[in-house]
Design a protein around this ligand. Structure first.
Ligand SMILES: Cc1cc2nc3c(=O)[nH]c(=O)nc-3n(C[C@H](O)[C@H](O)[C@H](O)COP(=O)(O)O)c2cc1C
Length: 245
């Protein structure tokens, strides 16, 4: 068991240390199945309330890749990528996801309380609609923030309850899936680069997305060439970002 643990840690360290933002990819060496498998792993990433308000779009035909690269400002990483995955958040799908979770819990757990102090069915049937059902003018969000503020005077209370807060919630979960995907690509012997320098309006049109969908990030895929790494890795000292309180 100890030697297995050591192997696992060595593998994990290798994957984390090997992952770099790659700006130039090999022109031919590439296995698209690595993306297929990595997306299946990304799909297992955690998401807030298990709502899975994400979608992944594979862009791999020459004409669409050219257009996508143009919308990413023609960056080196998008110009040389062999494929690109666009991670999209879909806060508008909250009803569908809450219903899927509700049905899953009902089928698999009955109405047994699965969360502390509140049944899972109430969670998906009542709480999710309260959190996610927001109007574009922010009226419901404002009321919820006020209610949260009042409740928060007497006890700890979640205060991130308006429309923007729920968009951020969806983006956080999508970014975790994106990181799972990128680490998996390294395990597959491939490389990636996350990209947020893009024209979201044009990109949404290219993918035929509805107005409430948002682009989380574009991930370029391929295998690195030596010039694909722009320099040694830089991080501020660990002591500047890790605190014990
Ligand atoms: C959300 C996000 C957006 C990024 N956008 C871009 C981008 O548009 N273009 C690019 O070349 N790199 C982009 N990067 C890569 C970062 O510059 C890179 O991760 C950082 O410099 C650290 O280098 P490393 O990933 O090799 O450790 C992005 C990274 C993240 C996490």
């Amino acid at each position: 068991m100890d030697s297995l643990k050591c192997d696992l840690l060595n593998c994990f360290d290798f994957i984390v240390n090997t992952r770099r933002a790659i700006r130039k990819f090999h022109p031919t060496d590439y296995d698209p199945e690595a993306v297929t498998r990595s997306l299946a792993r990304a799909h297992l990433a955690p998401s807030s309330s298990n709502m899975q308000l994400w979608e992944f779009y594979r862009v791999n035909t020459p004409d669409k890749m050219k257009e996508l690269s143009r919308y990413c400002m023609g960056q080196n990483t998008t110009e040389t990528a062999r494929e690109m995955v666009v991670v999209v958040v879909r806060p508008d799908l909250w009803r569908n996801r809450a219903r899927s979770n509700y049905e899953f819990v009902k089928t698999n757990l009955g109405d047994r309380p699965a969360f502390k102090g509140r049944s899972a069915l109430t969670y998906y049937g009542k709480l999710m609609p309260i959190l996610y059902n927001n109007d574009p003018f922010g009226i419901r969000g404002g009321i919820k923030m006020l209610v949260a503020w009042f409740i928060g005077l007497r006890r700890p209370m979640v205060r991130q309850v308006n429309r923007t807060d729920m968009r951020i919630v969806a983006h956080k979960s999508a970014a975790l899936a994106a990181q799972t995907f990128m680490l998996s690509m390294v395990a597959e012997g491939h490389d990636t680069c996350p990209v947020e320098g893009f024209d979201s309006k044009r990109l949404k049109k290219l993918l035929n997305l509805p107005s409430r969908a948002e682009i989380n990030m574009v991930i370029t895929c391929g295998k690195r060439i030596p010039e694909g790494i722009y320099g040694p890795r830089f991080r501020v000292p660990l002591e500047e970002v890790v605190f014990t309180v």
